[in-house]
Write a protein that binds this ligand. Structure first.
Ligand SMILES: CC(C)(COP(=O)(O)OP(=O)(O)OC[C@H]1O[C@@H](n2cnc3c(N)ncnc32)[C@H](O)[C@@H]1OP(=O)(O)O)[C@@H](O)C(=O)NCCC(=O)NCCS
Length: 279
């Protein structure tokens, strides 16, 4: 494959098969359904060689008019180091327009993102494995359909952006749990099928104990199941995830463009991401 013969096009449903092949090459766990969900929420670009094969991917996932996540940035191993990653990023920047951007960088991606003005803001830890037998902790309960507007409002407070479309996509595929106090929803978590099993996230809670109760609400009913939780190192929840059988398995560096202004989040807080790619 020669770099000169590679064209950049809009990412459409026909490119999912090729995209899955690329993510498998990286040992990323995304199934076609996981790419479909990401594409449903995003616009994006693919790099196609002269045979029409997918040689690179990128998605831009807008959260309302507030910000966008750049994700699923992959270039075929055979054509790396020739400027294709940068071409895909430039296409993504054009798709994002003026929106502030966020992403979670792998070591491979960091140099490119730094050159494009992204600045580190945190460390994301992936935890996954077969969950141990675990008792339910007090507090969590299953959400009902009527809870979705309150879940969306809580999520917006914590994330600082309108992720209604993401929450609707999670509701199509998974379940939600909430913690209520005096009838109001104070914390929520979602679970959905993803990769090798299920992913728990987002988890938005006012305290560490609430976050644990929500994760335990799902995990306690799934002994031996393969679960994944992606968390920011500052939440302090990684040690407990290890204890319940979810071992540290990689992660990345959260980056922003322009840089965040440094104000620390007070509460409610993001204890787990939807996943590393979606933030
Ligand atoms: C990240 C990735 C997409 C980059 O693709 P690529 O086609 O090799 O990227 P490019 O050839 O456009 O190189 C990007 C830039 O990074 C620079 N770069 C790459 N590695 C570097 C390093 N170790 N130190 C300094 N700069 C580096 C290149 O010089 C280039 O800079 P330039 O545009 O100013 O010349 C590719 O490595 C990949 O698919 N990795 C696996 C999946 C992954 O981790 N994706 C990132 C997810 S966040």
């Amino acid at each position: 494959m020669q770099q000169g013969e590679i064209a950049i096009q809009d990412f459409g449903p026909d490119h999912i098969e090729g995209a899955v092949a690329l993510s498998r090459q990286e040992n990323w766990p995304h199934r076609p359904q996981d790419w479909q969900m990401a594409l449903q929420l995003s616009s994006g670009a693919v790099a196609l060689d002269d045979q029409g094969r997918v040689a690179g991917t990128i998605l831009v996932t807008p959260y309302g008019a507030d910000c966008a996540m750049i994700n699923m940035v992959i270039v075929d191993r055979n054509v790396r180091g020739k400027g294709l990653g940068r071409r895909l990023m430039e296409q993504a920047l054009a798709l994002a327009g003026d929106l502030p951007l966020r992403l979670v960088a792998t070591a491979d991606g960091m140099p490119l993102y730094e050159k494009l003005g992204f600045v580190p803001s945190g460390t994301i830890l992936q935890h996954q494995g077969k969950v141990a037998e675990l008792g339910a902790l007090d507090g969590g309960e299953a959400a009902v359909a009527n809870d979705l507007p309150d879940i969306k409002a809580l999520d917006r407070d914590a994330y600082g952006a309108d992720r209604q479309a993401l929450i609707d996509a999670l509701a199509e595929r998974g379940q939600f749990a909430v913690i209520r106090r005096n009838g109001a929803i104070e914390a929520y978590a979602a679970i959905r099928p993803f990769g090798r099993g299920e992913v728990i996230g987002p988890v938005i809670a006012g305290s560490y104990d609430e976050a644990k109760a929500l994760i335990a609400f799902f995990a306690s009913t799934r002994p031996g199941a393969f679960l994944r939780v992606d968390t920011d190192s500052r939440t302090g929840i990684a040690g407990w995830l290890e204890e319940i059988g979810l071992a540290h398995a990689g992660g990345g560096v959260a980056m922003d463009r322009p840089p965040k202004n440094g104000t620390e989040q007070i509460r409610p807080k993001i204890y787990a991401l939807a996943n590393q790619a979606l933030g």
